[in-house]
Design a protein around this ligand. Structure first.
Ligand SMILES: *Cc1c(COP(=O)(O)O)cnc(C)c1O
Length: 462
């Protein structure tokens, strides 16, 4: 399986290089040269199978012959054994034809664990085969850092430095990073904002000498392996609800569009998907794109679903590429224009193709809070604010039944906002209940690129 850039200005690469490099050198995103497909019978055969087995089948279709099937199977077994639910991604019914897919049973209680746990094992495997060590540098506004540290701690061939804005993430989020004891992990409280952290990461990646010295890499949601890993639960949940014999719809709380795009990937692989709704908070760039045909950046507004406070949904470039019939020149033109002017007018034929599958809904803060209350009253389920955005969207969009809402975080990850909305304080699940007692370890640095670059270099060379 070869991977091409959405901007077409660099050569095709194999799965290993696509995974380890993340962004393509021409600034585009890697996509498979052709979508692998499963027959109806193969999809039917996923029913009742262990999650790790379906994961190995789906990810294996993208890895091709670059990873031996037995090794991949073992990595999937290990990755999903870290989840504290035997189903890995269980379904919970919340209405006559509506279900929650609980994606939050992983080590850091957010859906990012589903992809990050397997990504870390893929990195270790692929780097080990090349005798190489890489250093991951990531900035986090909350969930990504915790999921990445949980996944990469103790890996042999990878070191990780996580930057977070001091005092601006929740205690639970911070502790998932800072209580890791392994010495391949470094956490840094930056005295600045998340934007400062991101700007520093960007500067570090632009420093060629540092990049080479520590073999710098990233794990953000543009990495194709994360998309492949997220396609898995579209298969397991749809099959549990009767696919491939009937179509299933999905409603996806969205920020960077990685999760919702993975649903499109599952569809291209042969899964009968009726419709995918992207549910956003007030940061509604995606909702507007799907409802108006214009993809236009707005100002970022802070909300109670902070993992979705994004006004430039990186993975949208992959869908654009598909719907302009894989025209790299047009894709490059559009996204260069977006970088400069912050807007793209989606060509009518591409927009029509998007509308065959996608809908967009934006949900305000009051409705999100009210949905936490109504869901608790009507079903007994205590949901987090991100999931609430998805559940609220069901009232605004026509999704042919059965509908799966992706539940992207455990309520205990956002205890204050959940308690404020409905008066119930969510408890941490067993296994992480002692999070507050674990010893924390992190360094504190000013928001200065040079200082942090020197820190990364010293840590990587230690
Ligand atoms: C990252 C995240 C999202 C958004 O996912 P995208 O792939 O960026 O669209 C939604 N909910 C939670 C809890 C997250 O951590």
């Amino acid at each position: 399986m070869r991977y091409v850039s959405t901007r077409g200005q660099c050569p095709a690469v194999g799965f290993t290089d696509a995974v380890l490099s993340g962004l393509a050198p021409d600034g585009g995103l890697y996509v498979p040269e052709a979508w692998p497909t499963f027959s109806r019978a193969r999809i039917e055969g996923f029913a009742g199978k262990p999650y790790a087995e379906v994961a190995a089948a789906v990810i294996g279709a993208f890895a091709g012959d670059e990873i031996p099937a037995a090794d991949l199977r073992e990595m999937c077994e290990e990755a999903y054994a870290t989840f504290n639910h035997k189903a890995v991604v269980p379904l919970v019914q919340i209405g006559p034809d509506a279900f929650l897919a609980e994606l939050f049973h992983g080590p850091s209680l957010a859906f990012k664990d589903v992809a990050m746990q397997i990504l870390a094992r893929l990195y270790d495997h692929l780097l080990g085969a090349q005798g190489r060590t890489q250093t991951i540098l990531c900035a986090t506004s909350g969930d990504t850092g915790g999921a990445a540290v949980e996944a990469f701690r103790g890996r042999k061939n990878v070191k990780i430095v996580a930057l977070f804005p001091e005092g601006r993430i929740s205690e639970v989020q911070r502790r998932f990073m800072t209580t890791a004891e392994e010495d391949n992990v470094a956490c840094v409280a930056v005295t600045g904002t998340f934007d400062d952290c991101q700007a520093i990461v960007k500067q570090a990646f632009q420093d060629q000498s540092l990049r080479q010295a520590v073999d710098l890499t990233g794990v953000n949601s543009i990495n194709f392996a994360r998309i492949a890993a997220q396609a898995v639960y579209y298969f397991t949940t749809a099959v549990a609800l009767g696919a491939p014999h009937r179509k299933v719809s999905f409603c996806v709380p969205s920020g960077n569009f990685g999760d919702a795009f993975a649903g499109y990937v599952a569809m291209r692989m042969g899964l009968p998907v009726a419709r995918i709704a992207t549910a956003t908070n007030a940061n509604d760039i995606l909702a507007r794109a799907f409802e108006t045909g214009r993809y236009v950046r707005g100002a970022v507004q802070p909300t109670i679903s902070p993992a979705m406070d994004i006004q430039s949904a990186s993975n949208f470039e992959r869908l654009y590429f598909e719907t302009v019939k894989r025209e790299p020149v047009e894709t490059a033109r559009a996204f260069q224009a977006f970088a400069e002017a912050g807007a793209i007018d989606i060509p009518p034929s591409a927009y029509a193709a998007m509308r065959e599958v996608f809908r967009g809904v934006s949900i305000g803060e009051d409705e999100t809070a009210r949905t936490i209350v109504s869901t608790l009253n009507e079903t007994g389920e205590l949901i987090d604010p991100h999931t609430a955005v998805g559940v609220a969207a069901l009232r605004h969009v026509d999704l042919p039944g059965p509908v799966v809402v992706l539940s992207t975080a455990h309520a205990a990850k956002f205890p204050d906002d959940v308690a404020k909305a409905c008066g119930a304080m969510p408890a941490l699940p067993r296994g992480v209940a002692n999070l507050a007692d674990r010893r924390e370890r992190f360094d504190r640095l000013p928001a200065e690129a040079e200082t942090i670059k020197a820190y990364v270099r010293a840590f990587a060379e230690r």
